[in-house]
Write a protein that binds this ligand. Structure first.
Ligand code: B1M
Length: 210
């Protein structure tokens, strides 16, 4: 409706307080946190992405939009996490080296937590050593990697190849995601699965652990 369209505009304009207010209003109206997330925030960011691509928006504006989106996600995070889902397993996740995009990864983390997974989030710009240290320290069931740039997605292969060299590749389920990826790429680099979005990541993780 009207409010959601307004929120798409507010996200575009990087208006954090307005986004937070909009999120709260939709929740008061009885929307589920997931619906607010997908229809108001993710869809708004999709529109931003189009104008970024077309040179209508630039990095500073897109950073403001990302910041507004994070404000909304901050409100939704505890609501998505408190579903009381039974404990499922553990995941280490991070954005790969050279890449600072984190909204999608954060969303995957939130949804995985909501589904009962323990998530260790390594943040952005992770070199292979960071992933390996975290695997050793936390012994997760799943390694998740995110990349948003065609120039950084090949780094996922570096991580998987290093795991193979160390003989630990098959100790983990490796899930990958990010806008420029696809299933063929995931197969080619030796990941276990490509996850189109956060909901698919949750379903894939559950299926593979079952
Ligand atoms: Co960037 N950027 N950006 N950017 N940015 C893209 C990715 C781009 C497609 C925009 C465009 O041109 N249309 C383009 C990449 C082009 C390409 O490689 N082919 C691009 C570019 C070029 C750049 C810079 C190089 C721009 C510049 O400096 N000239 C630069 C690079 C910086 C770097 O990383 N080294 C840059 C910078 C930025 C900002 C800092 C301004 C900002 C990031 C802020 C932040 O993240 N904190 C930004 C943003 C916001 C975007 C767009 C507009 C939106 C990304 C986003 O948050 N989407 C993006 C356009 C686009 O993607 N169409 C773009 C919302 C999010 C919910 O979706 O991240 O796809 P997504 O995550 C989804 C799924 O992909 C999946 O689930 C998520 C939730 O459903 N998923 C996973 C993601 N990770 C997963 C991991 C998993 C599973 C599923 O593991 C199990």
């Amino acid at each position: 409706g009207e409010l959601v369209a307004q929120m798409h505009d507010d996200l575009y304009d990087g208006l954090k307080e307005e986004i937070e207010e909009g999120v709260n209003i939709l929740l008061e109206r009885g929307w589920t946190p997931y619906r607010v997330l997908t229809e108001a925030l993710v869809e708004g960011m999709r529109i931003v992405g189009i104008d970024f691509r077309d040179g209508i928006l630039f990095v500073p504006e897109v950073l403001m939009a990302a910041n507004a989106m994070k404000g909304g996600m901050f409100i939704l995070r505890p609501l998505l996490a408190e579903t009381g889902a039974p404990k499922q397993g553990k995941m280490v996740i991070g954005t790969v080296k050279g890449d600072i995009h984190d909204i999608g990864k954060n969303l995957v983390s939130m949804m995985m937590e909501g589904a009962g997974f323990e998530v260790i989030d390594l943040g952005i710009n992770n070199a292979v050593e960071k992933y390996l240290d975290a695997l050793k320290e936390h012994q997760p069931d799943i390694l998740g990697m995110s990349a948003l740039l065609t120039t950084t997605m090949p780094y996922m292969k570096v991580v998987i190849e290093t795991m193979k060299e160390l003989g630990i590749r098959d100790d983990y389920i490796v899930l990958v995601g990010g806008a420029p990826l696809n299933e063929a790429f995931a197969n080619a680099i030796g990941a276990d699965a490509y996850c189109r979005d956060a909901a698919v990541a949750v379903e894939t993780a559950k299926t593979m652990l079952a």
